[in-house]
Write a new protein. Structure first.
Length: 302
């Protein structure tokens, strides 16, 4: 594989890893690149504009520094931009959860993440598309979306992963509205649901496998519905997910599809890759096969 000569960086300046952005620049220049385009943003929602600027320089490699929200915004832009799917993306996991990096085998180690970006394998992966916006890890509505919304911003900065635990406890007894779900156009679920989760990968926060068999390059999305209510039922559900297979829980329904349509009785907040969005009564999720190219350790993705 040819060593990248033109490299672009899009970085969330408030995120940290290893020796920080100065160390990232040093590690990149140690690779002997000819051109380095550098773009920093104060928040992930500012990233798309900088990604488009970076793509205009036709880089051999795009490095994204930040967490799952930052990565999601960047991959969404790549998937929407002509030629964006051809540019390999190296993920530098400087965020809170870094779930995509974890699922792809990219460690929370700056030097190793850079090494994988420059010398690892390049693989195309699928993305999910929820109401027109791409995501790489998971999207959810209900308990999951409300929890993410409360954990956003300053609380997540202060508590890190614990912010999800703290806010999650506040929603365990939340209302579970009626949900009607179709998979690939066929009615599949019509009951009260605490959470609807659609996954492109298997592992969620805490190393728990929400979707045991999900793979990011198989052309499918996995969908799960949780009907658990209250602390006791959620404890049983999470315990089963931690030590066994998620579908073995009596409070979980799971399947696989290329398109998922969800209709709710009342509007609820939804989330993509850890970022909260608005409250809606309907969502449509579809798979976008081989939508982007990412850098992974050798032999990580089959």
């Amino acid at each position: 594989m040819r060593t990248p000569r033109k490299v672009a960086v899009v970085a969330h300046r408030r995120k940290t890893l290893g020796g920080g952005l100065d160390e990232l620049r040093r590690l990149i220049t140690d690779e002997g690149v000819d051109e380095l385009a550098w773009h920093e943003v104060p928040k992930s929602r500012k990233a798309p504009k900088q990604v488009r600027k970076a793509l205009a320089t036709e880089p051999d490699l795009l490095l994204v520094w930040g967490g799952d929200g930052m990565v999601q915004r960047c991959l969404d832009t790549l998937a929407r931009t002509k030629g964006g799917a051809k540019v390999p993306v190296g993920i530098i996991p400087a965020g809170t959860a870094n779930l995509l990096a974890t699922n792809l085998g990219v460690p929370h180690d700056l030097a190793e993440a850079v090494r994988i970006a420059f010398h690892g394998e390049r693989h195309k992966i699928d993305l999910g598309v929820l109401n027109g916006e791409h995501f790489a890890v998971m999207a959810g509505i209900g308990f999951d979306g409300a929890m993410i919304q409360d954990a956003d911003g300053k609380l997540k900065d202060r508590l890190g992963k614990l912010s999800y635990v703290y806010t999650g406890l506040r929603h365990l007894d939340g209302e579970a509205p009626k949900a009607a779900i179709k998979v690939d156009g066929t009615p599949w679920f019509a009951e009260h649901a605490s959470c609807v989760l659609v996954g492109n990968v298997s592992t969620v926060t805490g190393g728990i496998k929400a979707f045991d068999d999900a793979k990011p390059a198989d052309g499918w999305l996995d969908v799960g519905v949780a009907t658990a209510r209250g602390v006791t039922q959620w404890a049983r559900t999470m315990g089963r997910m931690a030590v066994g297979r998620s579908e073995d829980s009596p409070f979980v329904h799971m399947t696989r599809a290329r398109r998922i349509d969800v209709k709710l009785k009342k509007p609820l907040t939804y989330e993509l890759d850890g970022g909260a969005r608005g409250a809606v009564k309907r969502i449509r999720v579809e798979v976008a096969p081989a939508a982007v190219k990412v850098c992974v350790p050798h032999q990580r993705i089959g």
